[in-house]
Design a protein around this ligand. Structure first.
Ligand SMILES: Cc1cc2nc3c(=O)[nH]c(=O)nc-3n(C[C@H](O)[C@H](O)[C@H](O)COP(=O)(O)OP(=O)(O)OC[C@H]3O[C@@H](n4cnc5c(N)ncnc54)[C@H](O)[C@@H]3O)c2cc1C
Length: 437
């Protein structure tokens, strides 16, 4: 009898640890064929002129895929890398390697699920099954105390019930040796240029450098408990907006799972090392947005309020362009946007303040702001980004939700601070000071 082979289609789960599809494939098959596709869809320029993926995130992703390949090799396996449409690539590879089944993690946002459906349909024509796993959330969908359709729209109620009635599952074990079929052409990692992007220029003012990959994610988790969390414990979170974990870029593409973070918090708390309550709460916010997408679908981010609700979105194109370039003339807003443009990352408070300013002060179209963040953010995640933006704009269906948006009095927006002084000029104005220029 011939070997049973399972193709593991990596997407936003670029890790070996706590990865159920990899573990299950190793358990259920003689050979595992790990595959990653760089789908050109995610690197195109949209009609509004934005790239779907900016160069900081693309570089981070390339590093993460390279790290995954290296880590798989350490387990005896090899990662096949291709550039192309997954609905063509996955069936081609399935035929070439006589695959018996394909595993992947289920996504939630419209574009991602459409791609899964296309792959599923193409595989189905070959009588092959695409098996869906749930692996992106902290709480497993099956363990929630309510069916998806009854998930409370209020975050406070969601949190209370989930924490009272559900448990976070333990992380799944890491597989031992992984056997792959003999691979004729594993494929090279593309360059940014091949993806249609230019090399990002690192700005000397950046406080964080994000290196893609599971290896760096695990280091960041350790660093958080070693350096950042003790500072939060002594000063409190609000004292310093830079005291968050900075794990979001790795979480977004699954270099680390929410469960890994959660169980590390648990361990550290048991050892009396650090407070994890705040971080645990933030992880729950991420789950909440994802489950809201699951419950409401695209309705959750409907673009307009109805006339009765009062329309918020108008086309202040000029205002939007000034906002994006950090040229509004409001020091704090411009500093945040300069930091975003120069690094791909700004803290949660800055995100809330600039989003709120675009929507409520400039009265510009919030979807343009969300699309701009989609290009620029190194940690872009569809449910987290569009969900947060929709909340700021007040347009989604979660009407009962009490979401406190950070706002800043005008005097503070105008005031000079160390942060504003550091980021008072845009990355281009600073060209002479940029690393590599
Ligand atoms: C307009 C707007 C757009 C946003 N877009 C994104 C996005 O595309 N991707 C993204 O990961 N986060 C997004 N956020 C949420 C939040 O700003 C970031 O998750 C956070 O700043 C990441 O930094 P951290 O890892 O240090 O967070 P921490 O405070 O250390 O939190 C730990 C983790 O919890 C999750 N988390 C924290 N706050 C939120 C939140 N409000 N919503 C959802 N998840 C949360 C993240 O995964 C984060 O890494 C957005 C917020 C706003 C207001």
């Amino acid at each position: 009898m011939s070997d049973r082979t399972i193709l593991v289609w990596f997407r936003n789960d670029l890790r070996i640890h706590d990865n159920e599809i990899l573990l299950e494939a190793v358990r259920k098959a003689d050979k595992v064929l790990p595959v990653y596709c760089f789908d050109p869809y995610y690197f195109q320029q949209t009609a509004s002129g934005n790239f779907k993926t900016g160069s900081f995130r693309a570089r981070f992703l390339l590093e993460a895929v390279a790290d995954l390949r290296k880590n798989l090799q350490a387990y005896g396996a090899e990662l096949i890398i291709r550039i192309g449409n997954p609905s063509e690539i996955i069936p081609q590879l399935a035929a070439q390697y006589q695959v018996n089944e394909v595993y992947h993690h289920r996504e939630v946002a419209h574009e991602e699920t459409t791609i899964s459906e296309e792959v599923e349909a193409a595989l189905w024509k070959m009588r092959l099954n695409l098996k869906h796993f749930i692996g992106h959330t902290l709480y497993h969908k099956e363990d929630l105390p309510f069916p998806i359709k009854d998930i409370p729209d209020s975050f406070a109620v969601f949190k209370k019930k989930v924490e009272r009635d559900s448990d976070v599952r333990p992380c799944v074990p890491t597989p031992g040796h992984i056997y792959t079929p003999e691979i004729t052409e594993a494929g090279e990692l593309p360059t940014l240029q091949q993806l249609g992007l230019t090399e990002p220029v690192d700005d000397m003012r950046a406080v964080n450098y994000f290196q893609g990959g599971e290896t760096a994610a695990l280091i960041q988790l350790k660093e958080y408990f070693l350096k950042i969390a003790p500072a939060v414990k002594s000063k409190g979170r609000n004292g310093n907006i830079n005291n968050s974990s900075k794990l979001s870029p790795w979480i977004a593409i699954g270099c680390i799972s929410l469960r890994q973070v959660y169980w590390e918090i648990f361990k550290q708390n048991q050892e009396g090392n650090a407070p994890g309550a705040m971080l645990k709460l933030e992880l729950l916010w991420r789950d909440y947005f994802r489950f809201m997408f699951k419950k409401h679908g695209q309705k959750f981010i409907k673009t307009q309020k109805t006339e009765e609700e009062g329309i918020v979105s108008t086309a202040n194109e000029e205002g939007f362009l000034k906002w994006a370039a950090g040229k509004t003339g409001v020091p704090y807003i411009d500093a945040c946007m300069h930091e975003l443009n120069a690094t791909g990352y700004i803290c949660n408070q800055c995100r809330q303040i600039v989003a709120s300013y675009l929507v409520h002060d400039l009265k510009a179209d919030w979807t343009k702001g969300a699309a701009y963040f989609e290009e620029k953010l190194i940690d872009y995640s569809p449910a987290s980004n569009w969900g947060n933006w929709a909340f700021v704009a007040g347009v989604n269906d979660a009407k009962e939700s009490k979401y406190a948006i950070a706002s800043m009095p005008q005097k503070d927006l105008e005031a000079k601070s160390d942060f504003v002084n550091t980021w008072q000029s845009s990355p281009k104005d600073e060209a002479g000071d940029l690393v590599g220029v």
